[in-house]
Design a binder for this molecule. Structure first.
Ligand code: PSU
Ligand code: MN
Length: 319
């Protein structure tokens, strides 16, 4: 599957990732926008390493994806992760930006959308992140709907996330995922998580109890030819680890007012909000963010390992 990849002038697969893919070992894609634009420096460096460790603890090999000096990297070494975490010139690259950045020699971090697309290109089926982008409040006027949704609708990658933040229109996001034929599975829950909150107040259409069940969904969809879209596996923070409701509601209200005041729009919305939360929650938003990302990475590691094991058993290797 790797022979169809572009040459090293455009894309490089880290040796460990290449070996894992060749050997049929589970591989989990990780996005780099969360490191460059979602978590504060210098904590992001250590957190980046811990996310990769969590994937390994789940039984798979991590592949953090980014564009460095015009080359797409599937899997980063320690120095490269550090560069993503430190260099102020790292852009936020959605799918529409990746080819431009590559052609012009720029460096940037990949979002859920671009990480999914590049993971799929490299033959990686499972992806871990913190929160998905979605439909923004007031989208009927601003048209602000994350490209994450459209790309998941056309890319067969399972994304493990803690739902979407309540700064978004959560119900609208779930409606859109339904329209786009993207299944949403709750991991041991009937409630769609709200990132900092274990329960966004919305239900999930399906529930799975194990990583093995989630992997079975991926394989059945593939064998039935109904896997043009990806899968959202929603993994909530435990109720006793979520951000306290009062603090949460205050942050969301203040964050939305701040966007209005500063006239923030486009791709700067999510990073600006995350920065505000991290600066005004006495460490709580960062604590919860780190915990949920680590939990998602661990679960994704388990799911990818199961997908690898079950594809051998079923004699149905995933293309
Ligand atoms: N949601 C979070 N944290 C994040 C992001 C989303 O809770 O860091 C990042 C992800 O990289 C996601 C991107 O793909 O923001 C979505 O940005 P936008 O809304 O501009 O599409
Ligand atoms: Mn947007």
């Amino acid at each position: 599957m790797l022979q169809h990849l572009p040459g090293p002038d455009l894309l490089v697969v880290h040796e460990e990732v290449r070996e894992a893919l060749d050997a049929g070992v589970g591989v989990v894609a990780l996005e780099s926008t969360i490191l460059a634009h979602g978590l504060p420096h210098p904590d992001n460096i250590e957190i980046g390493a811990r996310i990769e460790d969590a994937v390994r603890a789940g039984g798979s090999v991590p592949a953090t994806i980014a564009v460095l000096d015009g080359v797409v990297h599937i899997g980063l070494g320690r120095a490269e992760v550090e560069r993503i975490c430190t260099d102020p010139d790292i852009a936020k690259l959605s799918v529409r930006d990746v080819g431009v950045a590559a052609a012009l020699g720029f460096s940037g971090a990949t979002t859920v959308a671009s990480t999914s697309a590049l993971a799929h290109l490299a033959g990686i089926r499972v992806f871990a992140t913190g929160g998905l982008g979605g439909v923004h409040r007031g989208a009927s006027e601003t048209f602000d709907v994350s490209a994450d949704l459209g790309v998941i609708a056309s890319t067969p990658v399972l994304v493990v996330c803690a739902g979407v933040k309540s700064i978004l229109d959560v119900a609208g996001t779930l409606e859109t995922l339904e329209t786009l034929s993207v299944p949403v599975l709750g991991y041991r829950t009937d409630a769609f998580p709200g990132f900092y909150l274990s329960d966004s107040g919305q239900r999930v259409p399906w529930r799975v109890e194990s990583a093995a069940d989630a992997a079975r969904v991926v394989l059945a969809r593939h064998r039935l030819g109904t896997d043009a879209a990806g899968v959202v596996l929603a993994n909530p923070l435990p109720a006793d680890r979520q951000v306290e409701r009062g603090l949460h509601d205050r942050l969301v209200a203040e964050g939305l007012a701040l966007l209005e005041r500063e006239g923030v729009h486009g791709k700067d919305v999510t990073p600006r909000l995350l920065e505000y939360f991290h600066d005004h929650s006495g460490g709580e938003s960062l604590r919860a963010n780190v915990e949920l990302v680590l939990s998602n990475a661990r679960l994704a590691g388990e799911v990818a390992a199961e997908v690898a094991a079950q594809s051998v058993g079923a004699g149905a290797a995933l293309a």
